[in-house]
Design a protein. Structure first.
Length: 430
């Protein structure tokens, strides 16, 4: 029986870790402690899962006490992004294993600290990059490993975030770089990890452009230049396209937040947490649009773009190799797409031959069926029958974060950024 303590009692913690720990893996896993800065989160968590009513609660500054009193084997970190590093380092000091939500940290410097701490600890760091576990993404990995496209030469990945999902980042703490690292880290680190894993290559150099095109006070969609508005009480919300796209006039009590668990929490809110801040506030300091070119150590090149305000959500991917090409398109959240959505397939084009269309066996569960599979690896150990590695470690987390930081630094500095230099030289620390 492995004992787990959770730092950051967020919706992700409840859905991704606590629920399966109770419902599916109770025979081998036990929750022994909860740590958070907000007691309301304990109450919501325990209302959702009455079985853990007696699990001890600890304030954010009581980590050492929690470890002494509950003696966990594993620390799960699902708190705000910028706090991850603190809990990971403390866990490693106690020689405990760590399972952390992505991004592992919000800076290359902190990622380096984690890797160095892990080298001096008996604990092991796991980063929950669940995109790897999508059946489509695993099939692509298998196709590359089989040699179907030969040596990978270039990748085109265009990621689209719709106006519902994209605007949510600018309503919450994510819009502050000090908390999230910016969206090139908070969100795009998922995508960079996926590419790193598919290619089995390390990023070497990044050159990027980026901008704030849709949000902030200069947005052409801003109905009134005035800071400090909140959707719940805003007097001009019915002139805001981002609000009216997803809310009717008769359903205007509060903006739905996918990161809050219960009706009780939505009604009263969490302490110092507002999910309905105005997307046009002048304190927004991150970009909503990126394009980047990334060079890898074995010769592959990536052309990447992401946009956080589009009519639909999903991605288009092409991977080119010396023997052929893979293409696929996915539409996320089909209920929000205003047109019929085709089934996702993977098209394989041999360099000299006929196109092959591959239909992938789909699975139940979040993130395209990936969540239940990564949960098995987390709570039962990696599947020994799988011929390749999927579960991510600290180095994977570090390169994903560092690539994301390199993107926004390249935007800011208008020059290429060297990944190893950023990851290892103190002068780039934040």
């Amino acid at each position: 029986m492995r004992k787990f303590a959770v730092c950051g009692v967020s919706k992700r913690a409840n859905d991704m870790f606590i629920r399966p720990m109770i419902d599916t893996f109770g025979a081998t896993s036990k929750l022994v402690g909860l740590l958070d800065h907000d007691s309301k989160r304990f109450a919501v968590c325990k209302s959702l899962f009455p079985k853990i009513e007696q699990v001890p609660e600890f304030n954010e500054n009581e980590f050492d006490q929690m470890v002494r009193e509950t003696n966990p084997d594993v620390i799960i970190v699902a708190s705000r992004d910028d706090t991850h590093v603190e809990y990971i380092l403390k866990a490693l000091e106690h020689d405990l294993d760590v399972v952390t939500e992505k991004p592992m940290t919000t800076t290359a410097h902190d990622s380096r600290r984690v890797m160095e701490a892990e080298q001096n600890s008996r604990g092991k760091v796991t980063v929950t990059f669940n995109y790897r576990y999508s059946p489509y993404h695993m099939k692509i990995k298998e196709m590359i490993l089989s040699g179907k496209i030969g040596r990978v030469t270039s990748v085109d990945l265009n990621w689209y975030i719709d106006t519902y999902h994209g605007s949510s980042y600018f309503q919450r703490w994510n819009r502050m770089r000090e908390f999230s690292g910016g969206l090139s880290i908070h969100k795009s680190s998922h995508h960079f990890d996926l590419i790193n894993w598919w290619l089995d290559q390390k990023p070497v150099q990044v050159f990027a452009f980026g901008a704030l095109n849709y949000y902030g006070p200069e947005s052409e969609h801003n109905p009134l230049k005035e800071d400090g508005r909140h959707c719940k009480t805003c007097l001009v919300k019915h002139n805001c396209a981002y609000y009216t796209r997803w809310n009717s006039r008769s359903n205007s009590a509060v903006v739905k937040d996918d990161h809050i668990d219960s009706d009780e929490a939505r009604k009263d809110g969490y302490t110092n947490y507002r999910p309905d801040q105005c997307v046009f506030d002048s304190d927004i300091e991150i970009e909503d649009t990126y394009t980047a070119t990334i060079q890898y150590d074995k010769g592959a090149l990536l052309s990447y773009s992401i946009n956080f305000s589009l009519p639909y959500e999903g991605y288009r991917l092409a991977i080119n190799g010396t023997k052929g090409r893979i293409e696929t398109t996915e539409f996320h959240a089909p209920s929000r797409v205003p047109f019929p959505v085709p089934e996702q397939t993977i098209d394989y084009f041999p360099l000299f031959g006929s196109k092959e269309t591959i239909h992938v066996l789909q699975q139940e569960g979040g993130h395209g069926g990936g969540d239940p599979v990564i949960q098995e690896d987390i709570f039962l150990g990696e599947d020994p029958s799988r011929p390749y590695r999927v579960l991510s470690g600290s180095e994977d987390g570090a390169y994903a974060v560092t690539t994301g930081e390199a993107v926004w630094r390249s935007v800011k500095e208008k020059q290429p950024i060297n990944i190893e230099k950023l990851l290892h030289e103190p002068l780039f620390s934040s």
